[in-house]
Every structure is written in C-alpha cells, then in structure tokens.
Design a protein around this ligand. Structure first.
Ligand SMILES: Nc1ncnc2c1ncn2[C@@H]1O[C@H](COP(=O)(O)OP(=O)(O)OP(=O)(O)O)[C@@H](O)[C@H]1O
Ligand SMILES: [Mg+2]
Length: 368
C-alpha cells in the first residue's frame, strides 16, 4: 500500500517537473545535459533530443556576461553551494531573454557531487514592463513640469506680444526701433509657437477624438506624405483590410504621422525606404511588446536610416532632446507624438538598430 502511494507521488513529482512553467535542466557533474523539461525546450527553442549530451552553454549569449561571471558561477556550484543570479540567454531564433536562475548541486551518499539542477524563470517581459513603467513615470513628471512652464509662459507671452504689437504700430517704418521691435515680435511669436507645442506634449490641449479608421486618415495624409518624401526615399504602405476602429482625432493623428515621417526622412540623407503598416493586434500576456493586454490598432513606421544609438533611445521622447544641429531641430517632434498618443490612451514604442534603421509603433485601443 505504502509503495503504491510512493510510486504515485513520484509520478506526480515527475509530472510537476515536466509541466511547470519554470525551465528545468539537469546535468551531470561535468555539466553534460541529462534532462530538459518542456519549459526549457520552449524558452531555449531547442528540443530535448538536441540538448541531451550537450553543455548548457548552447543557450549562452556570447558576450553578454564577462568570463569572470561564469568562473564565479562554476566555482560556486563546484564547491557545492547554490548559485542564484540573472542570466542573459540566447533563444535558437537569436532573441535574447533574461532568466532568473537557481543552480543547485546534488551530492550522493558519499558526499560526491553528481548532478546540477538548474531552475530558470523567464523574466524578460517583467523587466520590459518595469522599464516601461519607469519610462512613463518619467514622462509623466516631465509632462507636468512642461505643462506648468508652458502655461505660465503663455500668459506672459500674451502680454509681451500685445504690448510689442501696440508699440510697433506707433513706430515709424525704416527706423532702428521699428526693425528691433519687428525682430522682438518675430521671436516672441516663435516662442509662443514652441509653447503651444509643449502644451501638446503636456496634454493640456482639448481634443475631440472620433471613432475612425486609421487607414482613412492615412489615405488623406498620403498626398502630403508623398510630396514630403524626396525622390531617393521609397515610401511604401501596407494597410490592413478590415482595420479595426479607434478613437482618433484626425489632425492630431496626421501630425503624429508627419512628425515621424520627417524624422525618418532626416535619418536617411542618402535615401532609403520608409514603410507604413497598419494591423489589428490582439496583445496577450506573451506579446513581444510591453503593453497592457488588449486589442489595438497598430500603426508602424519603419525606416532604413541611421538608427538610434542604444544610449539615447530612452531620451528621444523627452522635450527638447535633439541630436540635430542648431536651427534644424527643436527636439519637440517626438514629445508631441508622445503627448498625442497618450492623450488617445495609446502607447508608443521605438526599436532601433544603429546602421540598419528605426521602427516606431503606435498602439491605439480598439473601439467597437
Ligand atoms: N527615425 C529616426 N531615425 C533616427 N533617429 C531618430 C529618428 N527619429 C528620431 N530620432 C532621434 O530622436 C531625436 C528627437 O527627435 P524629435 O523629433 O523629438 O526632435 P528633432 O527631429 O531633433 O527636432 P524637431 O522634430 O523638433 O524638428 C532626433 O534628434 C534624432 O536624434
Ligand atoms: Mg523631429
């Protein structure tokens, strides 16, 4: 009777190991793989037949950790101690993922190390969501600050503009005073324009989004976009038929497209291609993007330009962040994109490979 219970328990334990969502790997004392569970096969992309007999370094992401990292790991487990840490691994497809890893040494009756059991949990998406949260909190406080400043500037500029206009009317044309006052007026108007744009970023503008099909708005803007693009840039469109509706304000939506297209054009001084894609997207827990689960209208704009270096990727949506020479860019284009998309309860993400190109993705919630 007792034996049967024991057998049952063993079977259940085996099933638990097989079925758990933690990736489990068992190696011998030399590090040769003896067993990989289903979750390990899934997270690594390799099946057991391939893995057995190999070294766990098959999933190693070369260059992600310094040699000292593996040395310390190996020394710890060889000394019979448990190792815990974060590891970057490479999926068969080339994708990099992050694993929270425990490696436990197993000893036999004589105290000899016989096996290592590694239990890994894929935390890639969790980390991405965390990063996205920090990013949106940063943008939120920047928005509050920018909004307050822009609001005060607006009030002060109204007085400056009004006064200068009045004084200018009283001055004779051709005089130095007239010239200087005209310059002052021009600068004040330019400042007012910037302030207005900051207010868009800060979402202090009223919008009246309407249930619309993004494809229709894109087709309306197509002519201008086409005219904007120099001859050496191919402008391609791939619009989903039966695209879902979203709540969109047409002028703001078109401004978003325009700002993204101008950036793409600036990033391809020697020419290239820009592709605008629309898709229906049902994003689940396993979505490759750090966005809440839900149904979205996805607008994607890809270019084959210079790309954006990793170090500045987190800054491109900040107001006044620009890498362009003085007079060429104000650094407000993408903050306006951000403000508008957020005002539409959407998300905007950027992916870039320096030297290859950049992809901006906008996710607008579906409305039925
Ligand atoms: N498609 C892109 N390819 C490469 N870099 C880009 C791309 N889009 C944006 N960037 C980078 O992000 C920065 C910020 O872009 P943003 O549109 O906010 O400002 P800007 O283009 O510099 O100025 P503005 O839009 O106000 O004229 C750019 O200066 C550039 O470095
Ligand atoms: Mg720009």
């Amino acid at each position: 009777m007792e034996q049967r219970v024991c057998g049952d328990i063993e079977k259940l334990i085996l099933q638990a190991v097989e079925q758990t969502s933690e990736a489990i790997l068992i190696t011998d004392a030399e590090g040769s793989i003896l067993y990989a569970n289903k979750a390990f096969e899934e997270t690594s992309g390799y099946d057991s037949d391939y893995l057995i007999g190999k070294n766990p370094s098959v999933v190693k992401n070369d260059g992600a950790h310094p040699p000292s990292f593996y040395k310390e790991l190996w020394e710890t487990i060889k000394a019979g101690r448990k190792w815990h840490g974060r590891m970057f691994n490479r999926h068969k497809s080339g994708a990099i993922y992050t694993l929270d890893t425990d490696i436990t040494p197993v000893r036999d009756k004589n105290g000899e190390l016989t096996h290592f059991i590694s239990v890994r949990r894929d935390i890639t998406r969790e980390l991405q969501l965390e990063k996205q949260l920090v990013e949106s909190q940063k943008m939120e406080s920047l928005g509050l600050l920018a909004g307050q400043i822009a609001h005060d500037f607006n009030n002060m500029l109204t007085i400056i503009l009004g006064s200068v206009e009045l004084v200018l009317e009283d001055t004779k044309e051709g005089t130095i005073s007239h010239k200087l006052l005209s310059e002052t007026l021009k600068t004040a108007r330019h400042t007012a324009e910037l302030t207005k744009q900051l207010l868009v970023f800060a979402r202090r503008q009223e919008t009246r989004p309407k249930k619309s099909c993004a494809n229709d708005l894109i087709k309306e803007a197509e002519l201008i976009l086409n005219r904007l693009m120099p001859k050496n840039i191919d402008f391609l469109m791939d619009l989903e038929t039966g695209l879902w509706d979203a709540n969109l304000e047409s002028t703001q939506f078109q401004q978003v497209l325009m700002n993204l297209a101008i950036n793409a054009q600036d990033a391809m001084p020697k020419g290239g291609a820009m592709k605008l894609t629309t898709r229906n997207l049902a994003a689940g827990e396993d979505s490759p993007w750090p966005i809440p689960v839900g149904e979205y209208v996805l607008i994607q704009l890809e270019d084959t330009g210079t790309g954006i270096p990793q170090e500045i990727l987190d800054k491109v949506f900040d107001p006044f962040f620009t890498t362009k020479p003085k007079g060429k860019g104000t650094g407000l284009g993408l903050s306006i994109v951000y403000g508008i998309v957020k005002q539409h309860q959407g998300e905007v993400l950027v992916d870039s490979v320096p030297g290859k190109g950049t992809t901006f993705r906008l996710f607008f919630p579906r409305v039925k």
